[in-house]
Design a binder for this molecule. Structure first.
Ligand code: SAM
Ligand code: DTB
Ligand code: SF4
Length: 334
């Protein structure tokens, strides 16, 4: 059997597009084998990191991201909610911890935060940290002053996605540029916050769109510590509501390629798990996915039921990373 070479185990940020193409398009069994081999060398392959998301400010977003139920430009029937109180957020964080999560991620439907709202988010981050959870936030574009304020509050991760390839980007969003996104990523990195950055697949892009996204992520000056791969959640009322389904084999190719390109990063199965079979998720864990969101919802759309998720982990012999805590169903609904 072909062994994986030392050369293939280097952490590199100089991947050429041709190399990424070659990884993505190799025969499926070769791709599975190589991705799993890399995964075993860098991680405990039977552990996943578990996060819970909370939408702390919902809807009425001025941006025009064509996939997003929270844009004010589309009629999705979503109820708008102003920024939550710190206490409400911390109650949700307590429930997330009781449900077995080790990270709590707060998302806001903003183009960028204003100063008053940022102060409130700073209090949320401090509170989440005091509960002994890792903190993550996704609040839109940041300037250096805002990134530093979040860093000082103790924020562990900032999620800001590239979403797709530079070439396909214009089909998806017109109100901010690819360069704007790269600029926010630089500010977050410079402020010393871990970067969580990935994208969405199944938005009608060709394979080149997915490969282009993975190539961008893997050639950032430092690999994002966390790479969420979202499968489009098709929400009625958004321009992408009727996109064709992505072939699950292509989805696995994305996860496996991400694992090979960014061997030290956590690769997260993010949006779209409601449409994934147990078998598909199992294959994703095999090729290197090692982080998931659990809970009732992502931000505004549902997740698989929590006991179904824990049953799947149990069937696969997968354990939660860091925390040995077994969730108590009564605490989870409390
Ligand atoms: N408003 C902030 C921003 O976009 O920078 C933060 C929240 S936004 C909802 C976070 C990410 O969720 C987006 O960048 C996108 O990748 C993902 N997302 C939003 N709607 C989605 C959908 N319908 N399917 C899959 N991913 C989605
Ligand atoms: C990410 O990449 N995926 C998560 C998280 N970062 C914030 C959000 C997915 C949102 C899916 C649509 C929704 O539930 O509103
Ligand atoms: Fe607004 Fe973020 Fe949705 Fe884009 S993805 S419309 S910025 S909430």
């Amino acid at each position: 059997m072909r062994q994986i070479s030392d050369q293939e185990l280097l952490v590199r940020t100089d991947w050429s597009r041709a190399e990424v193409d070659a990884i993505y398009y190799q025969p499926f069994n070769d791709l599975l084998f190589r991705a799993h081999s890399v995964h075993r060398r860098f991680f405990d392959h039977n552990r996943v990191q578990i996060s819970t998301l909370l939408s702390i400010k919902t809807g009425a977003c001025p941006e025009d991201c064509k996939y997003c139920p929270q844009s004010s430009r589309y009629h999705t029937g979503l109820k708008r909610e102003p920024l939550m109180s710190v206490e409400t957020v911390l109650e949700k964080a307590r429930q997330a911890k009781a449900g077995g999560s080790t990270r709590f991620c707060m998302g806001a439907a903003w183009r960028n935060p204003n100063e008053r709202d940022l102060k409130q988010v700073v209090e949320m981050i401090k509170g989440v940290k005091e509960l002994g959870l890792e903190s993550c936030a996704t609040l839109g574009m940041l300037n250096s002053h805002q990134a530093n304020a979040l860093s000082e509050a103790g924020l562990d991760y900032y999620n800001h996605n590239l979403d797709t390839s530079p070439e396909y980007y214009g089909e998806v969003i017109s109100t901010r540029t690819y360069e704007d996104r790269l600029e926010t990523l630089r500010e977050v990195h410079n402020a010393g916050i871990n970067v969580c950055c990935g994208g969405i697949v199944g938005m009608g892009e060709e394979a080149a769109g997915r490969i282009g996204l993975l190539h961008q992520l893997a050639t950032l000056p430092t690999h994002p510590q966390s790479v969420p791969i979202n499968l489009l959640v098709k929400v009625a009322g958004t321009p992408m509501a009727d996109e064709e389904d992505l072939d699950p084999i292509d989805f696995v190719r994305c996860i496996a390629t991400a694992r090979i390109l960014m061997p030290e990063s956590h690769v997260r199965l993010s949006a779209g798990r409601m449409r994934m079979s147990d078998e598909l998720q199992a294959l994703c864990f095999f090729v290197g996915a090692n982080s998931v969101h659990v809970g009732e919802k992502l931000l505004t759309t549902p997740l698989p039921e929590q006991d179904k998720d824990w049953q799947l982990f149990s069937k696969l012999g997968i354990e939660s990373e860091v925390s040995e805590h077994t969730p108590d169903i009564n605490e989870m609904v409390g």
